[in-house]
Design a binder for this molecule. Structure first.
Ligand code: HEC
Ligand code: HEC
Length: 280
């Protein structure tokens, strides 16, 4: 009897431990699959791949000179003067899904608005909740200056997105991979478009610091078709290829390493369904 009782209370305990608060859900999304810090956290040393300075996470400051303009990563900690401390939860959700700031200005690249439009109401709000509970970091950062004209909007305002079902592994993996913006880096640039979506995930995109993304479609020669699930997971979370070579640190594996095993399974299940493509 005693052991049955013990087993039952252990089950009860573990289900209590698993109940995630809204802020915890937001923290998970921001600090793992979202990889927000890959752009928004200041670094010591190299702009890309340098070490994040502890205690300064998400306080912005990285600046890049690119063809499209002078890009500056904003402070998204809740500091009232230099961050987003005066924004409401709803205003942060609008910034994420519609790419619009409270002052009406549209956000530009590389903030991946096109993929954040798919975030569910609950997840977008959880992200905002977490950001507003972070320690404010005072760090004034200049705004980006674009040489291109930004779109007037990214589509009609997003009003409602349901939570994805977690029982359909491929669909949930697709939801997570979309949020993880794999497609933004792993799709080649189009002629007149930021991305050639007819070649989604085919790699070959030129990224800052001279790195070039790779083909992550299911193509057996150019893509991941012959990789085992485990090999794909190691690349995503540890930045190592099957031959042991290291991936360039622009790939967000320092964040992806926190993805839960079950979410990682879903992401791999989704990647397997991407039709094969040759690398451009
Ligand atoms: C690939 C780089 C990149 C990633 C990843 C990224 N951002 Fe951004 N983000 C930017 C840039 C650049 C801007 C500023 C764009 C501009 O100047 O118009 C921005 C702007 C913002 C703003 C508006 C801040 C302001 O003061 O205008 C918020 C809020 C924000 N990002 C939140 C997030 C969150 C949350 C995540 C992760 C879920 C994230 N970002 C991921 C690059 C990125
Ligand atoms: C910020 C850009 C960026 C994002 C976001 C990104 N990647 Fe990558 N990824 C790269 C680059 C660049 C490489 C190649 C690095 C190199 O060659 O050293 C790469 C390499 C890989 C590889 C190894 C492929 C090979 O043939 O060696 C895999 C697998 C991979 N990425 C999967 C993903 C998945 C899945 C996601 C989303 C969850 C993702 N990546 C998001 C930039 C990115």
């Amino acid at each position: 009897m005693k052991s049955v009782y013990l087993a039952a209370s252990l089950i009860a305990l573990s289900s209590v431990a698993k109940a995630e608060t809204i802020a915890e859900r937001g923290q998970y999304l921001v600090t793992t699959i979202g990889g927000c810090g890959n752009c928004h956290s200041p670094r010591q040393g190299e702009l890309i791949g340098g070490t994040i300075i502890p205690g300064t996470e998400l306080s912005g400051g990285a600046e890049l000179d690119e063809d499209i303009g002078h890009l500056s990563m904003p402070n998204i900690t809740p500091d009232a003067d230099t961050g987003i401390g005066q924004w409401t939860n709803a205003q942060i959700v609008t910034a994420l899904r519609d790419g619009r700031r409270p002052d009406g200005k549209i956000l530009g690249p590389p903030m991946p608005i096109s993929v954040y439009r798919n975030l569910s109401d609950n997840d977008a709000s959880a992200i905002a909740t977490y950001l507003l509970t972070m320690k404010p970091v005072k760090h004034a950062v200049p705004r980006s200056v674009y040489k291109i004209s930004l779109p007037e909007n990214y589509g009609p305002p997003v009003t409602h997105v349901d939570d994805p079902s977690r029982t359909d592994k491929v669909a949930y993996g697709g939801y997570l991979a979309t949020f993880g913006h794999c497609v933004v880096c792993h799709t080649p640039a189009g002629k007149d478009q930021p991305s050639d979506m007819s070649r989604a995930f085919a790699g070959g995109r030129k990224l800052p610091n001279g790195s070039v993304s790779r083909n992550i479609t299911s193509d057996p020669e150019d893509g991941l078709g012959k990789w085992t699930d485990e090999q794909i997971k190691v690349a995503i979370t540890d930045g190592k290829r099957p031959d042991g070579t290291a991936l360039n640190r622009i790939m967000a594996f320092d964040w992806y390493k926190g993805i839960t095993p079950s979410d990682l399974d879903s992401i791999v299940a989704y990647l397997r369904t991407i039709p094969p493509q040759k690398t451009p």
